[in-house]
Design a protein around this ligand. Structure first.
Ligand code: TYD
Length: 208
């Protein structure tokens, strides 16, 4: 495959969308063809699955939830991501398998390894060339999302525990695969982060 597959990961409020936009502009300026996409919801079918998995009222069994994300991913990779890579393009993707491992694994019902195995099967083993992890204290992330709020109720405190577990899971994945990951401190200024990400991507492009 001639293209480059770059994924962005991190908790809610970590700035993935901002960084993806800046990296996309730079890549386009360098003359690269870029496909910017996301999971869940990078395809028509994916948008329907996204609606179910993120907005459906009521309980979804953990295994069903993991399968819904994996179904979105399977269709997305086969119909959009792999063809773009085969055309030699850069795929810049918000969230991928690591999101499933970190979020579904952090729910404590499923193990990270089985969640990863399911997704690997779904995408026939397609791995990113680079994963940028925007690492941020979960409370900072939440404060960014709902700026101005100072009090949290019990459910929100539980949510905070969950997001702390997600963050730990991400850092453990990055530790286990240092070659694939660029871990950046997402509390730093936006432009500093963008410069660090660009430097790493430039090195990858030079090596290709
Ligand atoms: P989204 O609105 O795209 O949020 P963000 O801007 O934080 O990316 O929602 C995606 C949510 O879905 C996010 O809370 C993480 C979750 N998610 C999983 O739990 N598992 C997955 O495999 C993926 C791709 C996302």
């Amino acid at each position: 495959m001639a293209g480059l597959f770059i994924t962005l990961e991190g908790g809610d409020g970590s700035g993935k969308t901002t960084q993806a936009g800046l990296l996309e502009s730079w890549l386009v300026g360098e003359g690269r063809r870029v496909v910017r996409t996301r999971e869940p919801g990078g395809t028509d079918l994916g948008l329907e699955l996204r609606q179910i998995v993120l907005h459906r009222r009521g309980h979804i069994a953990p295994r069903a939830e993991a399968l819904l994300y994996a179904a979105d991913r399977a269709h997305h990779v086969e119909t959009l991501v792999r063809p773009a890579l085969e055309r030699g393009e850069v795929v810049l993707q918000d969230r991928y398998i690591d999101s499933s491992v970190a979020y579904q694994g952090a729910g404590r019902v499923l193990g990270g390894d089985e969640v990863r195995a399911l997704s690997r099967w779904a995408v026939e083993g397609l791995e990113p060339d680079l994963t940028v992890l925007l690492d941020l204290d979960e409370q900072l992330g939440r404060r960014r999302l709902d700026a101005g709020r100072t009090t949290w109720d019990r459910l929100e405190a539980e949510a905070s525990e969950f997001h702390a577990a997600v963050r730990r899971a991400y850092l453990a994945i990055a530790d286990a695969e240092p070659g694939r990951f660029l871990v950046v401190d997402a509390s730093r200024p936006v432009d500093d982060i963008a410069a660090e990400v660009r430097a790493r991507v430039a090195a990858l492009l030079d090596a290709a």
